[in-house]
Design a protein around this ligand. Structure first.
Ligand code: ADE
Ligand code: ZN
Length: 331
C-alpha cells in the first residue's frame, strides 16, 4: 500500500497521456503533427518552461467536448489512486480552452462530471482551482473570473500559471482582489523560473495562501525565515524541476535543505504525463536520489494534508492525517 498523500499541484491538462491524446484526436477529427505516440513522446525533451508550454498548449487541441474533459480527469484519478493520492486539488486553465472556441461550461461541466464521482470510484476527495495564464492580459483574467461566476460552487480557489519570467504577480492584483471578495482561496506559481521577489510579491500583493514551486526562495534567507514563520506551504514538483531544467539533476534538488529549514514543503507531480511520473513516482524519486528516510517522507505526506484546503471538512483531514501517522513503511 502506498503512503497516503494529498496532491496540491497538478494541472489536469498536464495529465494528457499520448495514448489518450491520439484517441481524442481520432474522436474529434483533429490531426496531430506526430505520426504516433512514440514520436510524440520523443518530443518531450524540454530546454525550459516555455518549450514545455508550447507543446502543452498545442496538444490541448484534442480536448473539445465535456466528455473529453471527463475522460481526462477519470484517467488522472485512476492513476493517482494507485499511487496513494487520497485528496487532489486540481488546476485547470480555462483560457487555454476558451481561446480555442471551447466554452467555459464544457470544461467545467466535463471536469465536474468526473470529480463528482471521484470519491466513490477512486476514493479521492477533490477541489478545483482555476488558473489564470500570466502571459495573457489582466483584462482577460478578469473576464475569465466573470465567466466562472455561475460555477463558483464548483471552484475552491484561483491560481496563476504559464510563463513566469517577465509576468510578475502584481499584474493580477485586481483579479485576485475580486477573487478574495468572492470568497475564493488564492495560490500562485512563483519562484519556479522567476526570482524570489515574485514569491514575496505573490504574498504581499495577491494575498496568496500557498506558493506553487517557490524553489527560488532559497536565494533569499529573509524570505525563507518569513515562509517558515508564517507556515506558507510550497508545492514542490521535483520531476518537473529536472525536466524543465530548474535544477540540473534530482540529486541537486533543494528539497532536503528546505525540509531542514523548516519550510512547509509538499511533493507533487505538476504535469505528470510530460515529466515522467505521478505523485507517488515523485515521492519514490526523491527518496532514492536524496536518500530521504521514512520520517521525512511521513512529514511530506503530513504537510500535504495540512496545506490542503480542507478547512471545510476537518473530520476528513483528521482521518487522512491519522492514516499518515499509522502508515507502516516496512510493509
Ligand atoms: N502550466 C502547466 N505547468 C506549469 C508549470 N510548471 N509552470 C507554469 N505554468 C504551468
Ligand atoms: Zn505548475
Amino acid at each position: 500500500m502506498p503512503l497516503p498523500k494529498a496532491e496540491l499541484h497538478l494541472h489536469i491538462e498536464g495529465t494528457l497521456e499520448p495514448e489518450l491524446a491520439f484517441a481524442l484526436a481520432a474522436r474529434n477529427g483533429v490531426t496531430l503533427p506526430y505520426a504516433d505516440t512514440e514520436e510524440l513522446r520523443a518530443a518531450y525533451r524540454f530546454g525550459d518552461l516555455q518549450s514545455f508550454l508550447d507543446l502543452y498548449y498545442a496538444l490541448m487541441a484534442v480536448l473539445r467536448t465535456p466528455e473529453d474533459f471527463t475522460a481526462l480527469a477519470d484517467a488522472y484519478l485512476e492513476r493517482a489512486a494507485a499511487q496513494g493520492v487520497r485528496h487532489a486539488e486540481i488546476f485547470f486553465d480555462p483560457q487555454a480552452h476558451t481561446a480555442r472556441g471551447v466554452p467555459f461550461a464544457a470544461v467545467i461541466e466535463g471536469l465536474g462530471a468526473s470529480l463528482d464521482r471521484s470519491e466513490e470510484r477512486y476514493g479521492i476527495s477533490t477541489r478545483l482551482i482555476m488558473c489564470f495564464l500570466r502571459d495573457e492580459s489582466a483584462e482577460s483574467a478578469l473576464a475569465t473570473l466573470e465567466s466562472a461566476r455561475p460555477y463558483l460552487d464548483r471552484i475552491t480557489g484561483v491560481g496563476l500559471d504559464s510563463a513566469e519570467a517577465g509576468n510578475p504577480p502584481a499584474k493580477f492584483r485586481a483579479v485576485y482582489e475580486e477573487a478574495a471578495r468572492l470568497g475564493l482561496r488564492r495560490v500562485a506559481h512563483a519562484g519556479e523560473e522567476g526570482p524570489a521577489a515574485y514569491v514575496r510579491e505573490a504574498l504581499d500583493v495577491l494575498g496568496v495562501e500557498r506558493i506553487d514551486h517557490g524553489l527560488r526562495c532559497m536565494e533569499d534567507p529573509e524570505l525563507v525565515a518569513r515562509l517558515v514563520r508564517e507556515r506558507i506551504p510550497l508545492t514542490l514538483c521535483p520531476l518537473s524541476n529536472v525536466r524543465l531544467r530548474v535544477v540540473d539533476t534530482l540529486a541537486d534538488h533543494p528539497l532536503p535543505a528546505m525540509l531542514d529549514a523548516g519550510l512547509m514543503v509538499t511533493v507533487n507531480s505538476d504535469d505528470p504525463a510530460y515529466f515522467g511520473g505521478y505523485a507517488g513516482d515523485n515521492y519514490d524519486a526523491v527518496r532514492e536520489a536524496l536518500s530521504l528516510g521514512p520520517e521525512q517522507l511521513r512529514t511530506l505526506a503530513r504537510q500535504s494534508f495540512e496545506a490542503s484546503f480542507l478547512e471545510d471538512d476537518e473530520p476528513r483531514r483528521a482521518r487522512y492525517l491519522a492514516e499518515v501517522e499509522a502508515y507502516d513503511f516496512r510493509v
